[in-house]
Design a protein around this ligand. Structure first.
Ligand SMILES: *Cc1c(COP(=O)(O)O)cnc(C)c1O
Length: 380
């Protein structure tokens, strides 16, 4: 099955009891048993729920894996993965990771003796330098947030294989529509479903897709033991959202390109970060591992003035200033005062998160309106 058919059909059957074409929302905590253990595969909804099972099968199909598991948030999904590690184990992570991932690794896992190294993985040789006898996992985010760096999944996959390491990818930005990390040697593909998979800014959820039986068993154990599971209603909303993922990603990518090109040519703009540009340092890698470049674009202003930046943001009418990304509506973020506010300015500036850095999650509105909105905010 091709991707556009899978989003609508994979793992989804008409309801056995009624023939309902849409997956019913099974709002039940428990299931009748004839005798203890004699049931239809469902016992208790923390462990399994039919609406969630359907979504998990669908997500597995989209990532070309045997198993899919859903969690109450992206962070809960990452936590379930990290719990596979033991005190003394080490993680090598890309340095430009989601702030919540950095916080989890630094402030929760380091306390229990699991150390993480944050390195610029665009240069894959840096990973080799970091591996020691305690290394257990490589954690990669690509494209990264907010600077849209691209990391070579195939190259990291080889390193992971040669050194017998778990290779996990946060695939939130690309989605399985544009990139399947498992095909490049990753063992785990993880998502903040909250973003593009849900796609309508109305659900917080996470997901993990794996092929390996042993990894799947550990993850199911954590999913059930820790209990950070999504509700059946949220599973339904995501099933509904996923049906248009391929169409949305096509439009996000088309609009992302148009916005990036507009910004590139605007006299007030200094630098545009967008993996679709040939001038992007890892454009060739992006072309190899992604089928399109998505809707995330970041840029800085000439002069790097924070007041001018905030002034422009406040003049936008269609782009909404908000955390998060990946919904149908265009959002704009200011990392220096929002997601990266807790990082000291000197540190922030070194990694490229300047005062005027603006990140846009380009939505699926008409691109002419989006560009006109940016134009009026820059020129008024
Ligand atoms: C949002 C996000 C997360 C965390 O997901 P939540 O659903 O907010 O818990 C993890 N990784 C990336 C790349 C994200 O954008």
């Amino acid at each position: 099955m091709k991707f556009g058919t899978k989003v609508i059909h994979a793992g989804i059957e008409p309801d056995e009891a009624t023939g309902a074409v849409m997956t019913p929302i099974y709002m039940t905590t428990t299931y009748a048993q004839k005798r203890p253990g004699e049931h239809k595969g469902y016992e208790y909804s923390r462990t399994q729920n039919p609406t969630r099972t359907t979504l998990e099968k669908n997500i597995a199909a989209l990532e070309n894996t045997k198993y899919g598991l859903c969690f109450a948030s992206g962070m809960a999904a990452i936590d379930a993965i990290m719990r596979m590690l033991q005190p003394g184990d080490e993680v090598i992570s890309s340095n430009d990771v989601y702030g919540g991932t950095y916080r989890l690794l630094k402030q929760v896992y380091e306390k229990v003796g699991i150390k993480s190294h944050f390195i610029p993985m665009q240069d894959t040789n840096k990973v080799l330098e970091c591996i020691n006898e305690n290394t257990k996992m490589i954690w990669v985010e690509t494209p990264t947030n907010p600077l849209l760096n691209i990391i070579d999944l195939e190259a990291i996959g080889k390193i992971a294989k040669e050194n017998d390491l778990i290779f996990a990818v946060d695939n939130t930005f690309a989605t399985p529509c544009l990139q399947n990390p498992i095909d490049f040697g990753a063992h785990i593909s993880m998502h903040s479903v909250t973003k593009y998979l849900g796609g309508h800014s109305d659900v917080v959820m996470g997901a993990v897709a794996v092929n390996d039986d042993e990894l799947a068993e550990k993850l199911y154990f954590h999913q059930n033991s820790i209990g950070a599971v999504p509700s059946p209603f949220d599973a339904f909303l995501v099933l509904r959202g996923l049906k248009t993922l391929h169409i949305r990603m096509e439009r996000h990518s088309e609009n992302g390109k148009a916005v990036a090109e507009f910004l590139q040519n605007h006299p007030k703009i200094d630098k545009v970060y967008y993996p679709g540009f040939e001038s992007h340092p890892n454009h060739e890698v992006a072309k190899k591992q992604m089928s399109n470049f998505g809707g995330m674009v970041s840029f800085t202003l000439k002069g790097d003035d924070i007041d001018e930046t905030l002034d422009i943001i406040s003049k936008l009418k269609i782009f909404t200033l908000a955390e998060s990304l990946g919904g149908v509506e265009s959002l704009i973020g200011h990392p220096a005062t929002m997601t990266h506010a807790s990082i000291p300015p000197e540190v922030r500036h070194k990694t490229g998160v300047l005062d005027s850095l603006i990140r846009v999650s380009v939505g699926i509105e008409d691109k002419d309106d989006l560009i006109a909105d940016l134009e009026q905010a820059f020129n008024s």
